[in-house]
Design a protein around this ligand. Structure first.
Ligand SMILES: [Cu+2]
Length: 637
């Protein structure tokens, strides 16, 4: 599902962007109060992007001669927040260590060979299919080249919930993505930062290009045969990528590092299929001093600002999620997957530091004094052991390594929460869902109750005529089987429910029904749910007038009687509701449905065999229609 760049360009369109082209992502110089990010950079260096969900990111980018793409003052703004909140002061590659399994070669690409500067490649159209290419000066020979791609990309399913059967809430997500490409020797590396619309940050390095032909030496257990037969063993090697992550949560003066450790108590519960479910406990301990760590199973770390509190009273934090299984850890440069230090401007590289006051030092040196952690920097080391394959020959398919920064309590609820789910905050049991109007349950055929069991207490209440829902049937929503009085089917219509106009007042089970309603936000997704046994009949998209047209097939097992259709706007939360009648599934009804399809079946109506065939045909048609609608919903959502 590639997005149309033109659409994106126009969508972002400020007059400035149209004039200057390529500046689409730059925020116009606003006269309003500056954010932390806007105070730090401007013009083409500033990225300020509201994603389709309504949440947004701001950051400054630059190119460092050694580290390549560096991002500073990264701030996230959940959709309903008034202003962005700083997450990171800075993030960049800090080393790329490539030792070969023969022990004969080892590269430190960031500090020896450079990832930035002369190594940066000109971004081609194929590198940047949906983003905007930004140019920057890279070296004296080439000057300014198109070096960075910045754009909004699809990220797949963001969430999906239909738990209370009131409506399907589902959305696709997007990411703001920045990347550059560097060629170092035979390899090409893509440095990528991916900012999800839900606040998550994915940091990755992709390796492609070519296996170095210099490495074809015959070392059976230290390489892999690449030529036909058992020849040209390409030497296996590690790529250990290090990132320096300088946290700046809500610009906090105080940020704490905490370790999550989940340990088994040794006891077991007796539940579930196995009958021996381990009982686990998760505890948080503060890491107070500079240190390095090789995490084990069920351990994680977070950086928390105890003074930055979300709407639920919880401190904002970001968790660091690192793959545990491929850290090289065979020398002091690489024997950790996360290290924490206090931020210092002369500690930039994870090893072979180039800043003169600490020239040649590595993280292990930075932490040697074990000083108290203030303004924490995380050094994240992600390894990839490259055991070569035939497939890795030219051009080598890209392989990725990286980690995730995961917001924890940064927002009090899903930052892109649909209106219809805002009521869920904590245990939802017993909390009335404000989106569900107790629909008068289709009063089934008036079972002639032998005698009036309970005398309807003569409450001379409102006009509500209480009689229908006397006994029993209250299936599903709200007030079940109360007898007669009180909350009958009189009063509670939703305050804002707009009417629904149906194609047919009465349809047979298995037949198609259509409906229209207005009052939605143009372009928004509208879910359609048939009640009283809630049946999700699809999602549809409101047109430019906010009118939604719904077509669905009444499930063939729908009981006869009155049924309601509830249409819920996923963005506006606007609701439209109306009722139609489902006929009993008699041959006449099927015949009626057939008649409306224009088939002249009059002459054949009495043939039981034909009715059977027709029934099968209808079922197939309804299935087909549903498929079509599902596909249509997806295509336009
Ligand atoms: Cu490799």
């Amino acid at each position: 599902m590639k997005r149309n760049p033109l659409r994106r360009l126009l969508g972002a369109g400020t007059a400035m962007a149209l004039l200057a082209g390529g500046l689409v992502l730059s925020a116009p110089a606003a006269a309003s109060a500056q954010t932390v990010t806007e105070a730090s950079c401007s013009g083409d260096s500033l990225v300020s992007k509201t994603l389709e969900s309504g949440s947004s990111w701001q950051m400054c980018w630059r190119l460092d001669t050694y580290r390549g793409l560096v991002l500073d003052k990264i701030a996230y703004q959940p959709r309903d927040d008034a202003a962005p909140i700083l997450v990171l002061d800075s993030i960049a590659l800090a080393q790329l260590n490539v030792p070969y399994d023969t022990g004969a070669t080892e590269y430190n690409d960031v500090t020896t060979y450079q990832v930035g500067g002369r190594r940066l490649q000109a971004i081609a159209a194929v590198d940047c299919p949906v983003g905007e290419v930004h140019s920057a000066w890279v070296d004296a020979t080439r000057g300014e080249i198109p070096a960075v791609c910045i754009g909004e990309e699809d990220s797949g399913l963001a969430y999906r919930s239909n738990i209370t059967n009131d409506a399907l809430y589902a959305a696709q997500g997007t990411d703001l993505v920045l990347h550059s490409v560097s060629r170092i020797g035979w390899y090409e590396y893509q440095t990528e930062y991916r900012f999800h619309d839900d606040g998550e940050i994915s940091v990755r390095l992709g390796a492609t290009g070519d296996l170095s032909p210099n490495d074809y030496v015959d070392v059976v257990n230290q390489g892999w045969p690449i030529a036909p037969g058992q020849e040209d063993f390409a030497v296996n090697h590690y790529h250990s990528a290090f990132w320096r992550v300088d946290f700046g949560l809500d610009s906090g003066a105080t940020q704490l590092v905490e370790k999550f450790a989940t340990t088994p108590t040794g006891e077991y519960g007796t539940t579930g299929d196995t009958g021996h479910t381990a009982i686990l406990e998760t505890q948080l301990t503060q890491i107070t001093n500079e240190t390095k760590t090789m995490g084990s199973n069920r351990e994680a770390y977070r950086v928390v600002n105890p003074e930055s509190i979300n709407a639920d009273g919880h401190a904002r934090s970001y968790e660091i999620i690192v793959p545990r299984d491929q850290a090289y850890n065979l020398n002091p440069e690489t024997d950790y997957d996360i290290a924490f230090t206090s931020a210092k401007s002369d500690e930039i590289h994870a090893s072979h530091n180039l800043i003169p006051s600490k020239a040649g030092q590595m993280v292990t040196d930075y932490i040697a004094d074990g000083e108290t952690l203030e303004d924490p920097v995380a050094w994240v080391n992600v390894g990839f052991h490259h055991i070569n394959r035939d497939e890795d020959q030219s051009p080598m398919p890209i392989h990725w390594q990286g980690f995730t920064l995961y917001p924890r309590d940064f927002a009090a609820q899903n930052p892109n929460i649909p209106e219809g789910r805002k009521w869920v905050n904590g245990d939802m049991r017993g909390v009335p869902n404000p989106n569900i109007t107790p629909t008068p349950t289709a009063s089934p055929t008036p079972t002639p109750t032998t005698e009036p069991t309970t005398e309807p207490t003569p409450t001379p209440t409102e006009s509500g005529n209480g009689n229908g829902n006397g006994n029993g049937n209250g299936n599903g929503n709200g007030n079940g089987n109360g007898n007669g009085n009180g909350n009958g089917n009189g009063g509670s219509t939703p305050p804002a429910a707009a009417p629904v106009t149906f194609g047919s007042a009465e349809v047979a089970p298995g037949a198609a029904q259509s409906a229209t309603a207005s009052g939605f936000t143009p372009g928004e997704t509208v879910s359609a749910v048939m009640h009283s046994d809630p049946v999700d009949v699809g999602t549809f998209v409101a047109d430019s007038e906010g009118v939604v047209s719904v077509q669905f097939v009444v499930p063939s097992d729908t009981p006869a009687g009155e049924h309601s259709l509830v249409l819920t706007g996923q963005t506006s939360s606007a609701v439209a509701q109306g009722s139609f009648t489902v006929a009993s599934a008699s041959p006449a009804a099927i015949f009626g449905a057939l008649a409306t399809t224009g088939t002249d079946a009059n002459n054949w109506a009495l043939s039981g065999l034909l009715l059977l065939v027709a029934g099968a045909g209808l079922a197939a048609t309804s299935w087909h229609l549903r498929r079509q609608q599902a596909a249509k919903g997806r295509a336009t959502a």
